[in-house]
Design a protein around this ligand. Sequence first.
Ligand SMILES: O=c1[nH]cnc2c1ncn2[C@H]1C[C@H](O)[C@@H](COP(=O)(O)OP(=O)(O)O)O1
Length: 195
Amino acid sequence: MGKTWGKNGEKPYRHAAHAMIYAPDGKKLWDMYENKAVILMMMRFDGYIGFPGGIMDDGETVEFGLNRELEEEIGLDPTRHSFTKEDHVLSYVTHNKRLLLHFYCKKVTLEECLEIEKRTIDADEYGWEVLGPIRVPMFTLNDNERGLPIFLSNKFIGNAKEELLYCIERENIMTKEEIQLALENCEKFKARYMR
Ligand SMILES: O=c1[nH]cnc2c1ncn2[C@H]1C[C@H](O)[C@@H](COP(=O)(O)OP(=O)(O)O)O1
């Protein structure tokens, strides 16, 4: 697949795919923080936070390319945690870069999630494309800011923040109202500290 031609022979779109891996039982790790899940993201080479993945090579299907990128970037073992069409969540176009972006999400057990996270630092691209795994703080402390709200004030690549929040609701990790509150508290934090 690799590229898809636009209408009327326009320049082709390239395909890119990124993926969220999570375990629903975050409370087992930090009960005192009421952690709602363990969600894996990463610090990219460019300083943005994003999900692992990347651009498909010519001739690759999206799932093949995604599994290749995940192996390179986070050392995901494709024989154990291969992404399939079943894991597809959404696709959209970014007009400026002529990319068709595909997003995937996979639920794993807590043990698998921690093992996947540990493998990241042995991956081929650790230290240059990927500067480190990140666990999303899936809780909010009593001041209503520390935890997820402040995390959301970081810089995210492309639509990674929207993809994160979309999956948190889709996978029933948080309700729409809880997410909205976290976003409002993030804005309050930014208004005070990030003018
Ligand atoms: O997590 C993401 N969510 C949405 N869009 C993303 C995400 N990560 C990157 N991107 C966008 C921005 C980039 O222009 C393209 C290509 O992704 P990238 O991972 O940088 O691709 P390569 O590793 O260079 O193949 O997607």
